[in-house]
Design a binder for this molecule. Structure first.
Ligand SMILES: CC(C)(COP(=O)(O)OP(=O)(O)OC[C@H]1O[C@@H](n2cnc3c(N)ncnc32)[C@H](O)[C@@H]1OP(=O)(O)O)[C@@H](O)C(=O)NCCC(=O)NCCS
Length: 260
């Protein structure tokens, strides 16, 4: 795969297969442990998306056997890592999902990256006051017509940056300050910058896809991510919440036998 070029794959819930044979028994067992369909289906979609993204980036066939051999494990801090044929693969990934869509970004080598998908949805002023820095709050107040877009974008970039730092929300969201740029630079992508309280500066990118915003942040690179599928499926994505109809639906059949 092309080393320092980030590639991403977005997959919707309707693309999920109705069986689990692409999972290893231990992955299937972990997923079957989730009591609620929402979390289980989000986690399944995340794994399906990540395995397919890695296979595509490595130019492997996306068949059931290969996808089963590509294992995504969470390190002790929660960050995802790729294993192929039982060995750690020389690549880095970041995963996110929102409203029945999942995205996985892949890059060669050991490079800290983070990505995050959010909806442009109402965010209260209390939310902004509690979680954002004074500079971020000033930027939002200066653009009242774009309040929800900016609030969700800044939030998304924070989550991406906290994935780069591998802390997630264990760390104060105000310890990273996001600056959003509005000038379109590269096929719909615009830049952003994240300054940490330790004075590191990460470069990032954001793109709006309908009701979604997607952010990508890297500690080492300056290149915008490109979709592993052309045209990018997110361009036609609409948010949904399929789990609401059957909150405790049984898991599908897979390597552990028929669904429970
Ligand atoms: C990272 C975090 C902010 C993402 O939360 P989110 O917005 O709800 O979820 P997203 O869909 O955008 O991202 C989830 C993915 O982030 C990744 N992730 C989780 N922890 C991560 C970390 N420390 N560093 C980098 N990536 C991480 C995982 O791949 C996870 O998906 P998976 O569990 O299916 O593998 C959140 O999971 C977090 O703060 N985790 C650390 C704290 C923690 O572990 N809490 C336990 C639950 S209370």
């Amino acid at each position: 795969m092309r080393g320092a070029v980030p590639r991403y794959l977005a997959v919707g819930m309707t693309d999920l297969p109705d069986h689990d044979h692409w999972l290893t028994p231990s992955e299937a067992e972990r997923l079957q442990g989730f009591p609620y369909a929402k979390r289980r289906e989000e986690a399944r979609l995340g794994r399906w998306t990540a395995k397919r993204a890695v296979a595509r980036a490595l130019r492997l066939e996306e068949d059931t056997a290969i996808l089963r051999d590509l294992v995504i494990r969470n390190a002790s801090d929660g960050a995802p890592e790729v294993f192929f044929d039982g060995r750690r693969a020389p690549m880095s990934i970041s995963m996110t999902d929102r409203a029945d869509w999942a995205v996985c970004t892949v890059i060669g080598g050991d490079r800290p990256i983070g990505c995050d998908l959010e909806l442009v949805e109402p965010r209260s002023s209390a939310f902004v006051a509690d979680y954002f820095t004074s500079e971020e709050r000033a930027d939002i107040e200066a653009a009242p017509h774009d309040h929800d877009l900016l609030a969700n974008l800044i939030w998304s970039a924070k989550e991406s940056a906290l994935k780069v730092l591998r802390t997630g929300l264990r760390r104060d969201t105000r310890s990273v300050d996001v600056k959003i740029m509005s000038e379109e630079l590269d096929g719909g992508w615009r830049s952003l910058y994240v300054t940490t309280e330790e004075d590191s500066v990460f470069t990032g990118w954001w793109c709006r896809f309908g009701e979604f915003v997607f952010t990508y942040v890297s500690a080492t690179g300056t290149v915008a991510p490109t979709s592993l599928i052309d045209p990018p499926p997110l361009e036609k994505a609409t948010p949904s919440h399929s789990w609401m109809a059957e909150p405790r639906r049984s898991p599908p059949a897979g390597p552990l036998g028929p669904g429970r």
